[in-house]
Design a protein around this ligand. Sequence first.
Ligand SMILES: C[S@@+](CC[C@H](N)C(=O)[O-])C[C@H]1O[C@@H](n2cnc3c(N)ncnc32)[C@H](O)[C@@H]1O
Length: 195
Amino acid sequence: MNTSSSILNPPPHLARIEAMSLGLNFNMASEPLTGSLLRTLARSKPSGRFLELGTGTGVSTCWMLDGMDANATLVSVDNDVRVQNVARRALEEDTRVQFVHAEGASFIDQLCHEGQTFDFIFADTWPGKFYHLDEALTLLKLGALYIVDDLLPQPNWPDDHSGKVSIFLQYMMERTDMVITPLMWSTGLLIATRI
Ligand SMILES: C[S@@+](CC[C@H](N)C(=O)[O-])C[C@H]1O[C@@H](n2cnc3c(N)ncnc32)[C@H](O)[C@@H]1O
């Protein structure tokens, strides 16, 4: 099966964002296969409230926006304004998305404090995935999706990273309020539903 990004019908703005990302030497963007899955799953949440932890330069953001319907909204947080500004520049005309420049853990705490809940969380940074996980899972509505990628070994992983991934997967398997499926897809994903 040919799954190149051209076959996947990439979203508007993706090529521009990728070009700007190269200029910043930003190499942590999601792969097209991850983006395509995010887009498909995003479509399953009409009028949904979406949260992205780790905007990067907006690659996964634009895939999610391409799947979301007109009434859905997305909040995307990153602590690096330099990379997040690429996403802002490319996507700012889309009124469904709000970019927040903040430390992820503090922002998750703020959302918890405000009693906010979401239909879909893509956790693509450290807080909400390898720490502050309980707090992030608290933000899920019943039936909401929690998605992470980068769970299969990657050449750029630091030495202690595979241990973090194992602990994360073990913890998710033990949660009795989540139905999970790890996927050998793209960089290795996990899709979980809150029950
Ligand atoms: C894997 S990249 C995100 C890639 C993006 N989601 C995509 O697929 O294109 C992780 C991002 O998390 C951000 N980040 C790292 N630590 C963070 C923290 N403590 N709080 C918020 N953002 C953080 C980095 O600046 C980086 O942009």
